[in-house]
Ligand binder design. Structure first.
Ligand SMILES: Cc1cc2nc3c(=O)[nH]c(=O)nc-3n(C[C@H](O)[C@H](O)[C@H](O)COP(=O)(O)OP(=O)(O)OC[C@H]3O[C@@H](n4cnc5c(N)ncnc54)[C@H](O)[C@@H]3O)c2cc1C
Length: 461
């Protein structure tokens, strides 16, 4: 029933049948049919829930719709903390919906392992989100903040999803658009499709003799070391515009370079890629580095959804939010994860990364819970533990840090480093799951005191 060219306001019953997976309805929860839902649908779109008064459950008992755009780390942990924290009474009135382009959660921080031939890193949503969290499979195309609704592109055409509170958690992807030829010829490691293409290249009857990996940050380091270890017959060349691991302290850079070389990775550093062709990469210094395939692990871009919707964004298109994660334009929109930029006073030390997306997702859920219960939302406070970088399966570099992410003068390396990194990866997926049954299980280290300093621009890449 695709109706091309116009937006369809699907009756909620039809929405449930075709688009929405309602995971594990609780005993006693009735599946709503088209007739039973109509008055509620009208209520959601009408005057009752359009203002702050309408949102506060302490003031009135109407249903409340919390819609989460993006089922990544931030979105999933926000959904589970929110749903898991509701009292039985609140749970009957608060509906939590995730909008995500696919019905699978992608464990992005292990995509390099998958690309190198490792186990699957995409899990069906029922294994990630709990009872009562609904999933709309589709891509949000436009947020209408005035009308509090989102237009979602789905398999049956555009659908309007109304909300009372919106969590903007649409994440990031590889930035292949900035260098000529990269979009056409490079394989972006930042998403499942790109990682699957890298995997296919190595699984071909004639595996590649040479592969370039572009990006000398943690992601490029992890990708090149993983590929080199899993495919020793292929020559892996890491291309870095500056020193490898530029955001890390010099001792860390030296140790990581030793680890990469031990795995056979060739390093071409201090040379920016100017263009990519099917047979390699041209550098700005005039050198050409030939390769059968080029993997892109340099820089992340964020979706243009906030910008396209007329919301205030920074120069990279990240939604601008206040110290409590509310969008500057509209407090009914709460942001979390890579696609969001909180003010430097609370977030100057926060890079893009899953280790930030998870606590931000929790903070977004806590903000909404506070509002539901008539409390003032707290300012963001995230203390970090330091970056952890794998160097294949048997080596790693774990940099313990102060809450502001400044490094302590020691590190865990070798097999211990690899074991800690594996544990971090397991916890990055177990923590969001645990939130549903044990809300509060995920403890966030307190952040540094709020201050006004220059923003940190080095993304995780
Ligand atoms: C190979 C690799 C290794 C990494 N390793 C680490 C690491 O060790 N530590 C670390 O901290 N970080 C790491 N990262 C970075 C980390 O994966 C990201 O920072 C993290 O995924 C951001 O989480 P998020 O929840 O903001 O977004 P994401 O995990 O990107 O999730 C966003 C979700 O929103 C969906 N979405 C996008 N647009 C829309 C839309 N319009 N409508 C609806 N849904 C939408 C996406 O499909 C996705 O499901 C790594 C990244 C890569 C690629």
């Amino acid at each position: 029933m695709r109706r091309a060219g116009r937006v369809v306001h699907l009756p909620r019953g039809e929405c449930e049948e075709r688009l929405v997976r309602h995971h594990g309805r609780r005993a006693g929860e009735r599946r709503r049919g088209p007739r039973g839902d109509r008055p509620r649908h009208r209520q959601l779109l009408g005057e009752v829930l359009t203002g702050e008064e309408g949102f506060r459950m302490s003031r009135q008992q109407s249903p409340v719709s919390v819609v989460i755009l993006g089922g990544g780390y931030a979105g999933v942990i926000a959904a589970n903390r929110l749903r898991g924290s509701l009292t039985p009474d609140e749970a009957t009135r608060v509906r939590v919906t995730i909008v995500n382009p696919t019905d699978r959660f992608v464990h992005r921080i292990r995509l390099h392992e998958f690309a190198a031939g490792g186990e699957d890193v995409a899990f069906a949503f029922p294994s990630m989100v709990g009872a009562g969290v609904r999933l709309v499979i589709g891509t949000a195309r436009r947020i209408d903040a005035d009308a509090r609704r989102v237009v979602v592109e789905t398999a049956v055409g555009p659908v309007v999803v109304p909300y009372d509170r919106l969590v903007y958690a649409v994440g990031s992807s590889s930035a292949v658009g900035r260098v000529p030829g990269a979009a056409e010829h490079a394989l972006p490691i930042g998403g499942l499709d790109g990682a699957a293409r890298v995997r296919d290249v190595f699984a071909a009857p004639t595996p590649p003799a040479r592969v370039n990996v572009v990006g000398g940050g943690p992601t490029g380091i992890e990708v090149s070391s993983e590929l080199a270890e899993a495919h020793p017959a292929t020559r892996i060349v890491l291309l870095s515009s500056g020193p490898v691991g530029a955001a890390l302290r010099p001792a860390a850079q030296r140790r990581i370079v030793r680890g990469l070389r031990r795995l056979g990775v060739e390093i071409v550093d201090h040379a920016r890629v100017a263009s990519v062709t099917p047979d390699g990469a041209s550098l700005e210094n005039g050198r050409f580095v030939g390769a059968d395939a080029t993997v892109w692990a340099a820089e992340f871009d964020v979706p243009t959804l906030a910008r396209d919707s007329g919301l205030a964004v920074d120069e990279r298109g990240r939604l601008l939010v206040d110290e409590t994660l509310a969008a500057l334009d509209d407090p009914a929109i709460v942001g979390a994860g890579d696609a969001v930029r909180p003010p430097d006073s609370v977030a100057a030390h926060l890079p893009m990364g899953a280790r930030v997306a998870l606590p931000m997702g929790l903070a977004a859920a806590e903000r909404i819970l506070a509002e539901l219960r008539g409390r003032a939302p707290e300012p963001l406070s995230i203390g970090l533990l330091g970056p952890s970088i794998s160097l294949g399966r048997r080596d790693g570099y774990i940099q313990p840090a102060r809450p502001d992410d400044s490094p302590l003068p020691f590190a865990f390396t070798g097999r211990l480093g690899a074991a800690i990194k594996s544990w971090v990866c397991r916890m990055t997926i177990n923590d969001p799951r645990a939130e549903l049954s044990r809300p509060g299980a995920y403890r966030v280290r307190r952040g540094p005191a709020p201050r006004a300093v220059a923003a940190r621009e080095d993304a995780r890449v």
